[in-house]
Structures are given as structure tokens and as C-alpha cells.
Design a protein around this ligand. Structure first.
Ligand code: XUL
Length: 539
């Protein structure tokens, strides 16, 4: 009988489950929220409240999705073979629960669906998620209480960000003090889902905890200054913090009785999707970074020693290995690419064909693609800016959005001092070789493309495998685990075209000028753009 390991990923648009044995992926299932749970009326997994800055989702929908997913898994897999489970959640999202939560979890009835039993446990029906950018005021207030930008970063690993949990909690406390009062515990998406499986309140790990502006990045404990700056009496409403590799208990009897799990199935701490992806793509040493092209686009890397971005655009989180990771996050990821695709009625094949046939550098046509409020650089009012680019120019717009995304990543990742030798690509759009070619050319670094998407769920499965073998005293090194899987996986490498190097070095400077002009009243980029066009496109 093989040992199986289950990794779950509760992301913005779907819940994914990946089951592995100790060398390969055995099974994968997905529940898409919009399609399979249409009664929540979400669009891309979210609902927009009040104005487009307030973006929430339904914690009960995630719970319902868990049951739909487990039914799918149950019909395909022998559940009793699953030795350990871990998981991943979209980062920063907060779930507000009342004093019934723990007791309800401890007494779940396997004959009743989870949602019927849990629906009375919320002190707030919806959860603000990472796409929410409505807490500018709270970010300013908290940063001021910390003593400014640099102090905030030194204490929590990041500037205060609109989507981070601390500012979101402060907003809830200010707007709805009664609701805050009735809240017994505030979970992250990751610790909430882990609690449901555990049948009790689960801890938050150092990876996801660092995305709250509440955890001290050096001591990895809740920071009193941060808690005091955020909301009163917060310490009693937060779960404990723990290492991502800790075993938090065994699966609750509800799941044993209903889905046939073994009573000894171990539950490993859940973490955020980005820390899980770090493991899922195999970033366990220095010199490599990953780009994840999903609902959010992220750029992240493993970090042995703490190195902060004192300019305040990047983040440092705990890594599942117990070390650190760097991260920058973009809201204008796949949803922005889709805006362009839909505007011109293209399918992805046609989109790729255009990318392929248009010239690198786009004849000097540039876009700043803020279809949605942006995190890096901070843009609160969405607007798309075009330089020398007509709104109806299909080819120009297709290339401009992709070039803008990677120029921005190259520009804003410069604080992560070490220049990577290789970039690993993951996320839905990483299946597209033409998009990755643009990335390789802009960074002038080879890009490795993997044959599976779902690196967060996969990373969670690998984390559960590692903790299980550590537990049964058959310790395995991370490299040993990851290399076994890599052997069975098809990986292709996209090589940068060296002849585009100088042009993209100069275009980076031009892109920065465009950004400075729009966002920081910098000088007009037109003269530089004209020179650039003359040098590279009219010879
Ligand atoms: C990271 C971030 C997003 C979410 C959703 O800081 O906000 O990547 O984790 O994927």
C-alpha cells in the first residue's frame, strides 16, 4: 500500500487538491467557484462591495468547495492511504468568527453538510481578500504609529499594504466596532481551512503570518507595537503562530466518518499560496527565483538571511523551510491579460500568434496597465496609460501588456540584491511559451517551464510528505524529496535571445521614465522614447 500525501490550495478562483505518493503526482482535482458554486454569485471568485476597492469573498463558499472537492477525490483515490495533509490559502484574507466556532468544530455531525453547521459561526459573513485596496487610511495610521516607513518595514518585513490583514482588521474595528467585539478569533484563509479539517482552531504559520503587518519578522512572534497600532484587545483574537512544518494534529472525525480518511491522518500547518509555491517549484536554495502568473502575478525567491526592501514595495515572508522568502505582487496579472484578450475578441492561440510575430520592443509603444488598482507600484485609481500606442492597435496592445508586466517585474525586483541565474515559471499563464519568451528576453535569464500548474497545492503536498517522514523518523532532505519529483517531470527551458539585451536594458529605463512621469510627476518621457525608437526601429 502506497503512502499518499494531499495538498490543498484555496485560491482566489478555485480550490485545488493534488495527491502525490513519494515520487510523483497521482491525482489532481479542481473546484471552480464561479462555475461549480454559482449560488454565491462570484465573478472570478470574488464579489465587489460598495466600490471597486472593496473586494471580498465568502468563507462558507470555501468550506462548501472543500466538500465538493473531497467527493471528487473520494471517487478516485483510496482515502485511507492518505498519510498527511497540508494546504495553501490566498494570502492576507481574513475570516471573522464568533464564540461558537471552536465548539461547533469539535462537535460536527457527519450526516449534516459543513455549511449548515458552520453558518452561524461568523461575526462577518464575507472576508476581505488580497484584492481589496480600501484601507489606505488605516495603512497611513498604522505606519504613523510605528514611527514611519522604515520602522514599519524593519518590524513587520513590509510596509503597510492595503490588502494586508492588520489594516483590514483595523478598518473592520473602526467601521463595525460591535462586529469586532463579537469576534472571538480572526483567521487567515489558510488557518481557517486548516481549522475546519482539524476540528479546532489551527495556528497561523510564519509565511502567511508575515503578510499581516502584525508579526515581528525577526522574532516571528506577534508584535505588541503592531497589535496596539491596529485594534484593541487584538492579541486574544489571534490564533498562535507556528512553523510551517509543524504537525498540528490529526484530521477531525467528521472527515474520517464522511470521507473514509484514516484516523491517524496527520495535519500539517497550512501556509500562504506563495510560500507553498516556493516549495512547489523547488526553490530551496539561493540564486533562483520564480514568477507565478496567476490571478495575481508574483515574483519571489528563497532567502537565507533576512534582507528587507526599505523602499517599501517588496515583502519578506517566512519560508516553509524555516528561512525567508522575498516577494513582490501585482494585481494586474491574468485578469489584465484577459482584458486585452477580450477587448479584441482573441483566443489564447491568436494572442500568442500576435506576440510571436510582433517585434521585441514594440516599436517603442508602451503601456502602463493599471486595469485594476495596482500594488507595485502603488496605484489606487485604476487607469491604463498608453505612450505612442493607439487604444485600438491590436498587435501593439497585446505586446505592450506582456512587455509592461515583465519590465515592471524587472524594475521593481532590483532590491532583491542577488541577480538570479534562472527563473522558474508557474501559474496558469506559464503554460504559454510565447509569454515566457518575452520574460526571458526582458530579464535576459533562462526560464524553466514546468509541466504542471498548481504549484501551491503541489508545494503543500510536498510539505505534508516531508513533515510525515520527519515524524516517522525517516527524515528526508528537501533536495532529496524535490529531486525525485523533478526526475519524473517534463521541464523545458526558454532561452533569452541575446540580441534583445541592449534594447531591453534601454527600454527598462524608458519604462521607468513613463512610470515616474505618471505616478511621481517625473519629466516627460517623450524625448527618450523618440530616441529609443530612432535607435532600435529606424536604422
Ligand atoms: C501576495 C498576494 C497574492 C495572494 C493571492 O502577497 O497578495 O499573491 O496571495 O494569490
Amino acid at each position: 500500500m502506497s503512502d499518499y500525501f494531499l495538498g490543498l490550495d484555496c485560491s482566489t478562483q478555485s480550490l485545488t487538491g493534488i495527491i502525490t505518493d513519494s515520487t510523483s503526482i497521482i491525482y489532481k482535482a479542481i473546484v471552480n467557484f464561479d462555475k461549480e458554486l454559482p449560488h454565491y454569485n462570484t465573478t472570478n471568485g470574488v464579489i465587489i462591495l460598495d466600490d471597486d476597492k472593496v473586494v471580498h469573498s465568502f468563507p462558507l463558499m470555501w468550506v462548501e468547495a472543500l466538500e465538493v472537492l473531497l467527493e471528487k477525490i473520494q471517487t478516485n483515490i483510496s482515502m485511507e492511504n492518505i498519510k498527511a495533509i497540508s494546504g495553501s490559502g490566498q494570502q492576507h484574507g481574513t475570516v471573522y468568527l464568533n464564540d461558537k466556532f471552536a465548539n461547533t468544530l469539535q462537535n460536527l455531525n457527519p450526516k449534516e453538510p459543513l455549511i449548515n453547521q458552520l453558518k452561524g459561526c461568523f461575526s462577518r459573513a464575507t472576508s476581505p481578500i488580497w484584492m481589496d485596496s480600501s484601507t489606505y487610511k488605516q495603512c497611513e495610521e498604522i505606519r504613523e504609529k510605528f514611527g514611519g516607513l522604515k520602522e514599519t518595514i524593519k518590524i513587520t518585513g513590509s510596509n503597510t499594504f492595503e490588502r494586508f490583514s492588520g489594516p483590514q482588521i483595523r478598518k473592520f474595528y473602526q467601521k463595525n466596532p460591535e462586529g469586532y467585539q463579537q469576534t472571538s478569533i480572526i483567521h487567515l484563509v489558510s488557518s481557517f481551512m486548516a481549522s475546519v479539517l482539524l476540528g479546532d482552531n489551527a495556528p497561523i504559520d510564519h509565511g502567511d503570518g508575515a503578510g499581516m503587518n502584525l508579526m515581528n519578522i525577526k522574532t516571528k512572534k506577534w508584535d505588541k507595537r503592531a497589535l496596539d497600532a491596529t485594534a484593541p484587545n487584538l492579541i486574544v483574537k489571534l490564533p498562535s503562530l507556528t512553523n510551517s512544518y509543524n504537525i498540528i494534529g490529526k484530521i477531525s472525525s467528521y472527515f474520517i466518518k464522511k470521507y473514509g480518511f484514516d484516523a491517524n491522518t496527520l495535519l500539517i500547518t497550512w501556509s500562504g499560496d506563495n510560500p507553498n509555491s516556493l516549495i512547489g517549484v523547488g526553490l530551496i536554495d539561493k540564486g533562483k527565483v520564480a514568477i507565478s502568473l496567476g490571478t495575481s502575478d508574483t515574483y519571489f525567491g528563497y532567502m537565507k538571511n533576512l534582507h528587507l526592501d526599505l523602499n517599501g514595495e517588496g515583502h519578506v515572508f517566512g519560508a516553509p523551510t524555516g528561512d525567508y522568502m522575498s516577494l513582490i505582487c501585482y494585481k494586474n496579472g491574468s485578469l489584465a491579460r484577459e482584458r486585452i484578450k477580450e477587448k479584441f475578441n482573441l483566443d489564447w492561440a491568436k494572442f500568442s500568434e500576435i506576440l510571436n510575430k510582433t517585434s521585441p520592443g514594440n516599436n517603442g509603444k508602451i503601456m502602463l496597465p493599471y486595469f485594476f488598482p495596482e500594488i507595485v507600484p502603488l496605484v489606487l485609481e485604476p487607469k491604463v496609460y498608453r505612450f505612442g500606442l493607439d487604444e485600438d492597435d491590436i498587435e501593439g496592445n497585446v505586446r505592450a501588456i506582456i512587455e509592461a508586466q515583465f519590465l515592471s517585474m524587472r524594475l521593481h525586483s532590483e532590491w532583491i540584491s542577488e541577480k538570479p541565474k534562472e527563473i522558474y515559471a508557474t501559474g496558469g499563464a506559464s503554460a504559454n511559451k510565447d509569454i515566457l519568451q518575452v520574460a526571458a528576453d526582458i530579464f535576459q535569464i533562462p526560464i524553466r517551464q514546468f509541466d504542471i500548474t498548481g504549484s501551491a497545492a503541489f508545494g503543500a503536498a510536498l510539505r505534508s510528505l516531508k513533515s510525515y517522514y520527519d515524524f516517522i523518523k525517516k527524515k528526508k532532505k528537501w533536495s532529496e524529496i524535490i529531486n525525485k519529483f523533478l526526475e519524473t517531470r517534463k521541464i523545458s527551458e526558454i532561452i533569452p535571445d541575446i540580441k534583445n539585451k541592449d534594447m531591453y536594458d534601454e527600454m527598462l529605463n524608458l519604462y521607468k521614465k513613463c512610470e515616474d512621469h505618471i505616478l511621481r510627476n517625473g519629466e516627460d518621457p517623450e524625448p527618450t522614447r523618440k530616441k529609443f525608437i530612432k535607435k532600435y526601429f529606424f536604422s
